[in-house]
Design a protein around this ligand. Structure first.
Ligand code: SDX
Length: 431
């Protein structure tokens, strides 16, 4: 990394000042970073709650330019991957850094296909949940438990173990996701089918039943695959940062991904897609949009427009653009009229012409339109964030592997302490 220097001058209260020279590193794209590692030795910490200005690591996987609405996976624009690639090819790219040759892709797809089944014992895990358990709660529990079955791929220092764990996670997430859905509706689990591609297989496990052959629409399978692809990775978002932090303690990969699933669940993050559809249902009619936009602008009202805003994108989320176009195509091809799509489009128009959203640079994000497509594909709302988790698994695994295969230290942030200074214990009589 090319190195420049920043000088931090700290003017103390007693007219003295402390000058600290800090190295500045330049990446291949994006802002330079100031290495503040030696500040501690000088008696200072940086302070950046929410990590708005903090680069937590060096990475070569995904680049986002929030001002320009750019998203690159290993240098390839998301728009091009969404149009020309498919989910497993994008998985290969994220994990290995290059697009696969035909032979490499065939071998990768075969490996994933042959890891889609889960241990039969895992089926009994589901019986411990209530039928109305949220599928994300089931995913957190069952994925975390995978490490109890795969001791043969948890030596994180062994590249082969890491590769096997990666294949197992990418391959089994759709199976466990579909099982969580089947469990919730009281239908039997469907075994994966090796004659189907990744997304068609997921739809088979979701909507198939043992009484008749599955009929999978290529349109729906292609749309499902594109949704997984659009959710594959997104730099150091909250859930990926969670996976990296868990991995930095050398926890096994299955536990790290379970931690990522838990972080994704929140409505500020991956849970937003479920919240968007609930919001659109609550709006119910374009005539009520102004009422909800006013609530979103009201400081005294905790309501936010779900699916709007982003920590990094201060322009359009390029995934939202692709998702919006896909929503039009899928609903048209399936002949579905969804009032929520019209409400979403009108809401976007109104919000994007409103001074509040313009000034705060709030645009639709990946979650704003995804739920409309998922609903058209027959996916129940409670499964929307699970779908996000399935797609994002490859990103979590790619970042985990990038960290573990390089040099890393346990993540251990510090704090600005504003609590009591040292004080003596008081007996109960003295309190
Ligand atoms: C994802 O990080 C990633 O890359 C995430 C993700 C990925 O692929 O991994 O892209 C996926 O999580 C997308 C985001 C999904 N979440 C939502 O759609 C929930 C609604 N949006 C927000 O709550 C919010 O925009 C966040 C959480 C997404 C971003 O929060 P920030 O960066 O901390 O911004 P903020 O909360 O400080 O908001 C800045 C201002 C505030 O107003 P002021 O206090 O400055 O007056 O904008 C306002 C906020 O009140 N604001 C909103 C708003 N989002 C921000 N006002 C109304 N509606 C909104 N949606």
């Amino acid at each position: 990394m090319a190195e420049k220097t920043a000088t931090l001058s700290i003017h103390q209260g007693d007219n003295t000042s402390l000058e600290i020279d800090l190295p500045v590193y330049q990446g291949s794209l994006g802002p330079d970073v100031v290495d503040v590692g030696k500040l501690t030795a000088q008696g200072h910490f940086t302070f950046d709650p929410g990590f708005t200005s903090t680069a937590s690591c060096e990475s070569q996987i995904t680049y986002i330019d929030g001002e320009k609405g750019v998203l690159l996976h290993r240098g390839y624009p998301i728009e091009q991957l969404a149009e020309h690639s498919d989910y497993l090819e994008t998985c290969y790219l994220l994990l290995n850094g290059e697009l696969p040759s035909a032979e490499q892709k065939e071998a990768f797809v075969d490996m994933v296909t042959n890891h889609t089944m889960v241990h039969e014992q895992i089926r009994t895990f589901f019986n411990g949940f209530r039928r109305d358990a949220h599928p994300m709660a089931i995913m957190c529990g069952v994925v975390g438990a995978l490490s109890a079955f795969y001791h043969d791929s948890t030596d994180i220092s062994d590249p082969h173990h890491r590769e096997v764990a990666a294949f197992r996670l990418i391959a089994k997430m759709p199976t466990i996701a579909a099982m969580s859905y089947k469990f919730s509706i009281g239908q039997p689990f469907m075994y994966p089918r090796n004659d189907l591609d990744y997304s068609a297989n997921f739809l088979h496990m979701m909507f198939g039943n043992p009484c008749e052959p599955s009929v999978i629409s290529p349109t729906i399978a292609r749309a499902m695959d594109r949704i997984f692809l659009l959710h594959a990775d997104h730099e150091q978002n909250a859930s990926t940062s969670t996976v990296r932090l868990a991995g930095s303690s050398q926890a096994n990969p299955f536990a790290c991904i379970a931690a990522g699933i838990a972080a994704l669940w929140g409505p500020s993050h991956g849970g937003a897609n479920e919240a968007v559809v609930k919001m659109l249902d609550e709006i119910g009619d374009v005539s009520r949009i102004d009422e909800f936009v006013a609530r979103a602008k009201d400081k005294n009202d905790p309501f936010r427009l779900m699916g709007f805003g982003h920590r990094v994108y201060k322009n359009f989320d390029p995934r939202a653009k692709v998702m919006k176009q896909a929503a039009d195509e899928v609903l048209a091809e399936l002949g579905i009229q969804d009032e929520n799509l019209e409400i979403a489009k009108r809401l976007e128009e109104i919000a994007l012409s409103d001074e509040y959203f313009i000034e705060k640079k709030l645009y639709p994000n990946v979650d704003f339109y995804s739920g409309i497509i998922l609903k058209a594909l027959g996916i129940p709302t409670s499964m929307f964030t699970v779908i996000f988790a399935v797609g994002r698994t490859v990103g979590w695994v790619a970042h985990w592997n990038e960290m573990i295969s390089g040099s890393y230290r346990i993540g251990r942030p510090r704090q600005l302490y504003t609590g009591y200074q040292s004080r003596d214990y008081l007996s109960v009589e003295q309190r």
